[in-house]
Every structure is written in structure tokens, then in C-alpha cells.
Write a protein that binds this ligand. Structure first.
Ligand SMILES: NC(=O)c1ccc[n+]([C@@H]2O[C@H](COP(=O)([O-])OP(=O)(O)OC[C@H]3O[C@@H](n4cnc5c(N)ncnc54)[C@H](OP(=O)(O)O)[C@@H]3O)[C@@H](O)[C@H]2O)c1
Length: 323
């Protein structure tokens, strides 16, 4: 089978490798689709310590059909997906024609989604759904006011915008790509703010403008958002595209009761994972998924694409067709 292998200090290579043998409790998936997430770009380029050992096949998402299974709860031909769960980090991932995974990590693709659609969503869509779910649990409602989405043209950001807009939220998109304003409005943004022009202020608390935020950027952006969120609002902290440090004060928490919600899609427990995929196929299913879908890559094309992604030059969701 063809697979990308990343070697320590020698980068990513496309190789012909034997199809893996499965052990007890494992399943072999013929990969139909994967997708590129920011974490995959860090893994492929070596710019982030994502892979736990070498050589390793990256790719934190895969969908396809089961060709071999040891546990009987699945059968040959079942259409399934895996996102996160350590795939493409602790064990070989989705940038290959066949993927061996523990049966415990498998989600049967729910009715309403397909192998392709589930990977246009991928970890990005799953994480956006997770963030919204946690915000709702903390009382977020459209009536409370506008919700900010940062890294707006990215995978997580764009899917979050469309989902929030469909739920009735007024969505404010913050982006570095002024040329994508119309695209952002088409997927649901009510307003688009240029990230280079936004001023968050320096005081521990500034004017309370937004009822909540989904933040994929971190760093100064997250510190800035904390100063401006309305009392009892929620910020879902998802990413670090702008930096992993957070310099802030306790004031937003103790004087406005802001909730900073950490989102970790990798280790989401299976019952909640199943529930979120059901929501992705129903009430949270994006209506502009084909607008957000930006193209499909072969395995050969992934390394060059990943450099562009880390430079912030890509947008939307990119599929991978391994076969
Ligand atoms: N916690 C989790 O479980 C989880 C799951 C998925 C992703 N993530 C994280 O979420 C982030 C986004 O992931 P993704 O897959 O959506 O990536 P992506 O498609 O590359 O989107 C990232 C977006 O962030 C913005 N951006 C890039 N560089 C920036 C910078 N220096 N400063 C400010 N904004 C910048 C860009 O959007 P604009 O040009 O529109 O501003 C870019 O499109 C990553 O940090 C990723 O690791 C976390």
C-alpha cells in the first residue's frame, strides 16, 4: 500500500509498505478519504512535536470501509470514521491506503453523512461541534448577543461560523484574509473584521461587546477576547495558530464570570463522541459544507500543502484521497 512515512530529521516520504496485519480488538480500514488539519501540517513539516515515535504515518482523520475485523461487533463493508484518538500521533494515521485502528476508536458513519462529507468535516468539524456543545451546556444562547470566531477562514473557524449562523447566532468573523470577506458572509458571518485592524486594548477589562467566542488562534488574540466578553459569556479555547502563550488577569473571570472552556477533540470520550457525530449529521450539519470544501489532494501533494497551511495561506477544508 502507499503511505506517507515521516522519519526523525529526514522529513516526509511516500513509500510502498506492506498492508498491516491486525491483532485482537483491531480493525483494518480501506481508507477512502482523509483530510488535512493544522496538527497534520505540524507533524508532516516537523514544526510541532506531534508524532510520538518514528517512522510514523501522520493523518488524524480517516473514513472508509472495514476490510478486516477481529471484534464481531463490526463486519466487512461497514462504513466508518476515526478522528483523533491518538491516530496519526501515537500510532499510524490516515495518510495511507489502509489504516489499522483499535475497534474502540471507531464511529459508524451516521445516516445523513457519507464517507466524503464526514471527512470534509473531519477533526475540524468535530471540534467546532464540540465547542458549540460545551458553550450551550454553559448557557450560551443567540439572544445573549454576537459570537466571535477567530481563524475564521480555517477549517475549524469556517465550519463553526456556518453552524453558529444556522443555530441563529449573529457571528462575527475575525480573519487575516480581507479578500475572503464575501466567502465568509456566504457561509454565515454577519460581520467580518480584519485581524490586523482590531484593537483589543490593554486594560484587564475593556467594553463588553461579545457574548461568546470560538478561538482557534490563542496568544494575544485570546487574551484580547477575554477583555471584551460580556458577563457569563463563554470562550471555547481550541487552538494556537497565533501562539500558545496566554497572558491575562483574573479580572474577566472574577468580575464578569467568563467561562474559558478547554476543548480537546483527541481524547473526547466515546459516548460524547458518538453524540457529537449524531449532531453533525442532524441539527449541527453545516448547510455550506460544499462552499467550505476547498479541494482534494493526493498523498504526494500533502507535504507542499502543509507548508502553505502553516503559513496561513490556505482556507476551508481540504480532503485527501489516499487511493
Ligand atoms: N483543541 C482541539 O481539539 C483542536 C482540534 C482541531 C484544531 N485545533 C487547533 O485549532 C487551530 C486551527 O486548526 P485548523 O485545522 O482550523 O487550521 P487552519 O485550517 O490552518 O486554520 C487556522 C486559521 O488561523 C488563522 N491564522 C493562521 N495563522 C495565524 C496567526 N499567526 N495569527 C492569527 N491567526 C492565524 C488563519 O485564518 P484567517 O486568515 O481567517 O485569520 C488560518 O486559516 C490550530 O491551532 C489547531 O491545532 C485544535
Amino acid at each position: 500500500m502507499k503511505a506517507i512515512y515521516v522519519y526523525h530529521d529526514q522529513g516526509a516520504h511516500l513509500l510502498d509498505l506492506p498492508i498491516p496485519e491486525i491483532g485482537k480488538g483491531e480493525v483494518l480500514i480501506k481508507a477512502h478519504y482523509s483530510g488535512v488539519n493544522y496538527k497534520d501540517a505540524l507533524a508532516i513539516t516537523g514544526k510541532g512535536k506531534i508524532l510520538h515515535s518514528f517512522p510514523m504515518t501522520p493523518g488524524i482523520d480517516v473514513s472508509g470501509e472495514i476490510v478486516k475485523t477481529r471484534p464481531r461487533k463490526f463486519k466487512k463493508g461497514d462504513e466508518v470514521l476515526v478522528t483523533g484518538c491518538g491516530m496519526g500521533e501515537r500510532y499510524n494515521g490516515g495518510f495511507a491506503e489502509y489504516v489499522k485502528v483499535s475497534a474502540e476508536n471507531i464511529v459508524v458513519i451516521p445516516g445523513g453523512l457519507t464517507k466524503r462529507k464526514s471527512m470534509v468535516l473531519g477533526t475540524a468539524g468535530f471540534t467546532a461541534a464540540y465547542a458549540i456543545h460545551q458553550m450551550e451546556k454553559n448557557g450560551q444562547q443567540p439572544e445573549a448577543g454576537p459570537v466571535i470566531v477567530t481563524g475564521a477562514t480555517g477549517g475549524v473557524g469556517s465550519i463553526a461560523i456556518n453552524m453558529l449562523a444556522n443555530l441563529g447566532y449573529e457571528v462575527i468573523a475575525i480573519t487575516g484574509k480581507a479578500e475572503k470577506k464575501l466567502w465568509l458572509k456566504k457561509i454565515g458571518a454577519a460581520e467580518v473584521i480584519d485581524r490586523k485592524k482590531i484593537k483589543y486594548g490593554k486594560r484587564p477589562l475593556e467594553s463588553a461587546q461579545w457574548a461568546g467566542a470560538i478561538d482557534t488562534v490563542g496568544g494575544e488574540t485570546l487574551a484580547g477576547l477575554l477583555r471584551h466578553i460580556k458577563p457569563r459569556g463563554n470562550i471555547a479555547c481550541i487552538g494556537l495558530a497565533g501562539g500558545y502563550e496566554l497572558n491575562t488577569t483574573v479580572m474577566p473571570f472574577i468580575l464578569r464570570g467568563i467561562n474559558l472552556l478547554g476543548i480537546n477533540s483527541v481524547d473526547c470520550p466515546m459516548p460524547l463522541r458518538q453524540k457529537l457525530w449524531q449532531r453533525l449529521a442532524s441539527d449541527l450539519k453545516p448547510t455550506e459544507l460544499e462552499t467550505i470544501y476547498s479541494g482534494v489532494l493526493s498523498l504526494e501533494e500533502i507535504p507542499e500543502f502543509c507548508e502553505k497551511m502553516l503559513a496561513g495561506k490556505t482556507s476551508g477544508r481540504w480532503l485527501v484521497k489516499p487511493g
